[in-house]
Design a protein around this ligand. Sequence first.
Ligand SMILES: NC(=O)c1ccc[n+]([C@@H]2O[C@H](COP(=O)([O-])OP(=O)(O)OC[C@H]3O[C@@H](n4cnc5c(N)ncnc54)[C@H](OP(=O)(O)O)[C@@H]3O)[C@@H](O)[C@H]2O)c1
Length: 93
Amino acid sequence: MKVLVTGAGGFLGQAVVRACTAAGHEVVAMIRPMGRDPFAAPVTVVRGDLRQVGPWRTQLDGVEAVIHCAAATGGTWRRSSQGPSPQRKTCLR
Ligand SMILES: NC(=O)c1ccc[n+]([C@@H]2O[C@H](COP(=O)([O-])OP(=O)(O)OC[C@H]3O[C@@H](n4cnc5c(N)ncnc54)[C@H](OP(=O)(O)O)[C@@H]3O)[C@@H](O)[C@H]2O)c1
């Protein structure tokens, strides 16, 4: 299965990416534009911010499941949660 993991560069996201690849899934790892990319092939990295529906959206063709690990855990939850609408719309498409 082709799986999108949001927050893939985070603590939980990295573990989820590892578990998914170990289980044989094709993983698309979403990392913010300036975030560190800790992954190697076969993980596909897409860069984007969930608060904005941007070019990253076009890289999600064929994704069958979304594991949503992105969160603002450093006290900036308000900034991260201001844009749930485009994020939810994208997941629903
Ligand atoms: N850690 C645990 O043990 C644990 C246990 C149970 C549940 N959880 C929950 O799991 C979630 C993630 O926790 P975590 O410990 O993995 O946190 P984390 O290490 O801070 O990872 C969160 C990730 O989300 C990304 N992110 C934040 N805002 C984003 C946005 N607008 N668009 C795209 N990506 C965004 C961050 O990117 P940047 O690196 O660029 O900021 C980061 O990579 C939280 O909701 C937490 O409550 C965690």
